[in-house]
Design a protein around this ligand. Structure first.
Ligand code: BTN
Length: 327
């Protein structure tokens, strides 16, 4: 799209200028058509400074997700990958699952400015206002054994920690299995869902909700103490479009590595780097039963390893973990 190409030229020239004539001849269109496109972009929240003899430069970008701006910042364009940004949807995970079921070629991603039925683990509500946060789902057709899904979630968790660490001055942690945390406060969550067919995962959706720019005073009261946004940690707004472009690059690469089994060597190192639970005393809850113990790490299928009060080590899968007081 011309819009994306114009943005790419302006971004490449930053903080310098680029002339309308140069863009027009590079794209093979008239200067008038460049000017028209720029007027459209202005209406979408972009600002351009114009200077005779020098041309244009970007002076303002939209705060909300913008498809052209994400596309223009993709470092690598992966063959066959497509994405859409919706103004509003029930849940990006549900939308991705519906599109997979309808046969849309994968991989693809669905983003939304706002969700009306955002979901977390154990069917919890994921608050999803149009407040500059990220609501995203990546859709794949992996044809892998269902047992690999847990390690997939953990691998994507550390991938996202690595990404997030480039945007804030504080080290992110991962609270097994799917929370992105900073000193115990949650900045993001992952919800992986799959459709299994003849003992293989047929459709796989990786959902990520990330508190990017929500102002702390707008959290619902029950979240105010336990949640944090990246902008709060960075002390300034975080560029949601740049973050989204970087996320797409990292997730697609991490997916390829996972499918090829190429992630194994780096997984343990990355998990240990970001593990927010190792050595902590926790309580795990499953089907109403509670057990206490000290976290030893994860095993090779991604289960949480806990040394119980009786000294025995057990592996846990679908449990909820809370860190004990002083743990
Ligand atoms: C959790 O922490 O329990 C997981 C939260 C996952 C939330 C994201 S937001 C985008 C995607 N769509 C959803 O409905 N949920 C995930």
């Amino acid at each position: 799209m011309t819009e994306t190409l114009i943005l790419r030229e302006l971004l490449a020239a930053e903080p310098g200028w680029v002339s309308g004539g140069a863009i027009a001849s590079k794209l093979g269109v008239s200067r008038v058509s460049i000017w028209h496109q720029m007027e459209k972009l202005r209406a979408q929240g972009f600002g351009f400074e114009a200077m005779p003899a020098r041309g244009y430069r970007l002076s303002r970008r939209p705060r909300m997700l913008h498809a052209g701006l994400v596309e223009a910042q993709l470092k690598v364009r992966r063959k066959g990958f497509t994405f859409a940004i919706l103004d509003e949807v029930d849940s990006t995970n549900d939308e991705a699952a519906r599109q997979l079921a309808a046969g849309r070629p994968a991989p693809f991603a669905v983003f939304a400015q706002k969700q009306t039925r955002g979901r977390g683990r154990f069917g919890r509500v994921w608050h999803s206002e149009a407040n500059g946060n990220l609501y995203s789902s990546f859709a794949f057709r992996p044809r892998i054994a269902p047992e690999r899904m847990q390690t997939f979630t953990l691998w994507m968790g550390v991938t996202i920690c690595e990404l997030v660490s480039k945007f804030v001055p504080v080290a992110p942690g991962i609270k097994w299995p799917n929370d992105i945390v900073f000193n115990g406060r949650k900045a993001g969550g992952i919800l992986t869902e799959a459709r299994v067919d003849a003992d293989q995962i047929r459709d796989l959706v990786l959902g990520l909700g990330l508190n990017v720019n929500s102002p702390p005073d707008e959290w619902p009261a029950d979240l105010a103490k336990s949640a944090v946004s990246l902008s709060e940690l960075a002390g300034a707004p975080v560029d949601l479009n740049r973050l989204t472009a970087a996320l797409i690059g990292r997730v697609l690469l991490a997916y390829e590595r996972f499918i090829e089994g190429d992630h194994v060597d780096s997984f343990a190192e990355l998990w240990n780097r970001h593990d927010a639970l190792r050595g902590r005393d926790v309580t795990v809850t499953a089907a109403g039963r509670k057990r206490r113990g000290r976290v030893l790490g994860v095993d090779d299928v991604g289960s949480l390893l806990l040394r119980g009060e009786n000294g025995q080590t057990r592996a846990y899968r679908a449990v909820e973990v809370t860190v004990d007081k002083g743990g």
